[in-house]
Write a protein that binds this ligand. Sequence first.
Ligand SMILES: NC(=O)c1ccc[n+]([C@@H]2O[C@H](COP(=O)([O-])OP(=O)(O)OC[C@H]3O[C@@H](n4cnc5c(N)ncnc54)[C@H](O)[C@@H]3O)[C@@H](O)[C@H]2O)c1
Length: 322
Amino acid sequence: MAGVWLVTGGGGFIGSNLVRAILAKGCRVRVLDNFLTGFRINLAEVLADIELIEGDVRDPATCLRACKGAEVVFHEAALPSVPRSMEDPRASFENNMLGTFNMLLAARDSGVRRFAFAASSSAYGASEELPKRETMPLLPLSPYAADKAGGELYLSMFYRAFGLQTVSLRYFNVFGPRQDPTNQYAGVIAAFASAMIRGRRPTIYGDGSQSRDFTYIENVLRANLLAADAPETHGEVVNVGCGEAIDLNRMVAVLNEILGTNLQPIYAPTRAGDVKHSLADLSATRALLGYEPPVRFADGLRQTLTWYRHAIETGYGGWAKK
Ligand SMILES: NC(=O)c1ccc[n+]([C@@H]2O[C@H](COP(=O)([O-])OP(=O)(O)OC[C@H]3O[C@@H](n4cnc5c(N)ncnc54)[C@H](O)[C@@H]3O)[C@@H](O)[C@H]2O)c1
């Protein structure tokens, strides 16, 4: 029988969606999460079908326990926030950089077949050229971005030095169901959607002309499953985006259109560490994985709004009441 597929950070937004996608494939799933930013309710419906290890990737022994018998590792656990890392660089380093190193070592020592890493487009940082190609220099603007870039380097080295088949997936602003809108570092779509559904005005940091390649969660799941099933990987780094640039003013306009509202944004000062524009070139991802984003931005946004409406009505996880 095939081994277990391990999802670190499986209680979080991306991880908990990935858990469901892997279960739908018929594979056995193990989750490692300390629920620092994730939620137990994200796993409530699938708890009987998975093995849950409540623990921390900062602890090498826990990483070894989680990797025992694992065939594939999807390393999603992180403190996933640029502003949070600006405030507490050490916490970012320990969770994001050291945590990744611990997981790589444990995977190597447990004979894992494939290791996929949740890398980040923030690693491109101050490089201004668009669209972003993987061959461009990395100029991180925040501890978080540097930790993610460092993780990629470690993944590629683990292939060359130790033969562990690794692959880094550079996610571009992911959004969709189960993304937490409440903490002060929330993803922008989660924050805007949950505010505007309640008739509240969204806050834009800056003038709203900054743009992102907003990527619906289904696209990220597709890339991960392709990365797990690819015949071989050799430490490659590939973008995972949608290939469409949307600026924040436009985003608010589209949300107003779908919701039938006319809520004007509140403009606040730009945040340190934020990049101005971001857009993925997907040719390397197509070549390596045969990846095509299955869901376009507007369709993903509609599905996301439907989910947030339902979550707010049902009081999902407590946060929906806030
Ligand atoms: N959401 C995005 O737009 C985006 C973009 C680029 C990269 N990423 C990366 O994708 C991954 C998942 O992000 P997300 O948006 O789902 O965030 P999330 O906060 O919802 O999920 C992260 C999960 O990791 C867990 N975690 C944190 N520190 C841990 C530790 N030390 N040990 C064990 N578990 C720990 C959290 O409890 C949480 O469940 C992260 O690695 C993030 O850096 C996300």
